[in-house]
Design a protein around this ligand. Structure first.
Ligand code: HEM
Length: 125
């Protein structure tokens, strides 16, 4: 199994990851009902984001935490939902990639997810 090298690798990852998210009823409603994402527009944005994070390219300029606070304002993003999201993310990485960047992308997802959850918690208190 190889490590992440190109944006095509990241496209493979996010495509397989969203197939898992959308096939899981416990989280899919966020992407189909709360926010009606259009996959063909959404997946390239995810590739740009992860490419900046682990391949060192630029190009992602939006406030990712604020985007998720906005989703949370429409429908609560609970710790359980974050755990489900992260589990699918880790599994998709591990099923397809192995190496330093594969470890790095999982660590980054965990730390970003942790920051999002702290901000969500602060908004509720
Ligand atoms: C409970 C967990 C999560 C849920 C349910 C969730 C859901 C969503 C939804 C519905 C959108 C589309 C928002 C919109 O277009 O208005 C989105 C965008 C996005 N999410 Fe998440 N998310 C979660 C966690 C995360 C985490 C932990 C990361 C990164 C480590 C992440 C990365 C992204 C990225 C890069 C986008 C694209 C933002 C953009 O359009 O610029 N998400 N997410």
């Amino acid at each position: 199994m190889k490590d992440f090298q190109t944006q095509d690798d990241l496209y493979l990852l996010v495509d397989a990851f969203y197939k898992k998210l959308l096939a899981d009823n416990s989280i899919s409603y966020i992407f189909t009902d709360v926010v009606k994402i259009k996959l063909e527009a959404h997946l390239p944005i995810l590739v740009t984001f992860w490419s900046q994070a682990i391949l060192g390219t630029g190009g992602y300029t939006k406030n990712l935490t604020q985007i998720h606070l906005d989703v949370n304002a429409k429908s609560y993003l609970s710790p359980e939902l974050f755990a489900i999201w992260l589990r699918h993310f880790y599994n998709t990485v591990d099923e397809n990639f192995k190496g330093e960047k594969a470890e790095q992308i999982k660590t980054q997802a965990l730390s970003i997810g942790t920051i999002m959850q702290v901000k969500i918690k602060n908004e509720r208190s």
